[in-house]
Design a protein around this ligand. Sequence first.
Ligand code: ATP
Ligand code: MG
Length: 416
Amino acid sequence: MLTPTDVATIGGDGNGDPVDGHRFVLDRIPVIADYLGFEAYLVGGPVRDRLLGVTTTDLDIAVVGDAVIVAEKLASDINGRLTVHQRFGTATVTAGALTIDLVTARRETYSSPGALPDVERGEIADDLARRDFTINAMAMPLPASVGELVDPHQGQADLESGLIRVIHAGSFRDDPTRILRAVRYAARFGFTIEPDTATLMSQALAARAFSTLTGDRVRHELERTFQESDPAAPLRLAGDCGVMTAIHPALTASHLPDVGETVTPLAWLAALVWPLNADEGAALTARLNAPSDWARVIADTARIRALASSIGDAAKPSDVCALLDGMAPDALKGAIMMAAGSPIADQIGRYLSEWWSVAPRLRGHDLLALGVPAGPEMGAALRELRRARLDGETHSVQDEQELVRNWAQVSDRTTR
Ligand code: ATP
Ligand code: MG
């Protein structure tokens, strides 16, 4: 059972040390709500995580009443930043490391599968009934000292059995993004997708539920998966369940490696799209309505893979630079993950750690002083100096000056 002391330490390190300010916020919210005649509950992730004994950084609050008014007052009390989504009756308050999401308790209906729901204000029970899984559908009334856990869908029992279970049979059809959420929680907590839920998941995928989702919604869930501490596990599980091919027929996840260290989210995107060719990558970019950073990682990954053997065979650092200059760093990091242990990964690793940043010792004004005119010749001279430095042909300013003098004579002769 969740005790008031448990709640006071939510967001802490699991040993009872609260993240600064959580305790104050959890005390303050019910005072504000009570004054306004509303009820406030801690809901979803923080309740689940506390019962599991793991750390949460964000607080999720449901207000029976109007969450936006509570959020405005809270933001002014803690000098936080307020973002309001009036249409959904939700707001976010951030202050330092604290993020508090407040939602107006609501009832949801789906006019068409995969679309965003129609919402109207409701009681806490309505709000819990619209949620994705039983383990995320528990609420703790605030202040924590007065009430008992509200758990109408037996979330606590599922938490103890390690089960991801939907609240009703139409859940995945209403919102297929929940399929990606299910694999994310299953992988993160080492839980099992409860058999009936797994069947509903397969049925929704077989009925092409994903095709009802906008690119933005699919991308958002993928992004959250890339941000997990070990994204390979949920991505592979998603692949096994058929989620990847539902996003794009060429997409798989079985090739993803286990990676010891933390990798940037977009490097995971690069690793995921590694098997795709340029055309498939372009189709995925369109499907996901991808912004420019994603589009660039996807396109550059296909280019790097097409160049892979040349990269591995390149004899000189300048050859590697000629192949890789301008590529998105996350695409290069993804390629290292996928080619780990091979000369290709070694070359890309050295490119990222040293070669890309190598610049000539001489600057433009030095070259002007040596008689190199501004314009294309200057650019060519600087490139030649970089090449020579990369390949270890110059070791000092003097070497570079000499190279420029010789080079200027050569180009003089050839241009005359
Ligand atoms: P995480 O640790 O991944 O942030 P969380 O439980 O806090 O987990 P959020 O995505 O922050 O997850 O959402 C907060 C809560 O909102 C969830 O616990 C869940 O109850 C509900 N929720 C979020 N997305 C959906 C969805 N697509 N369908 C139904 N309920 C959802
Ligand atoms: Mg959350």
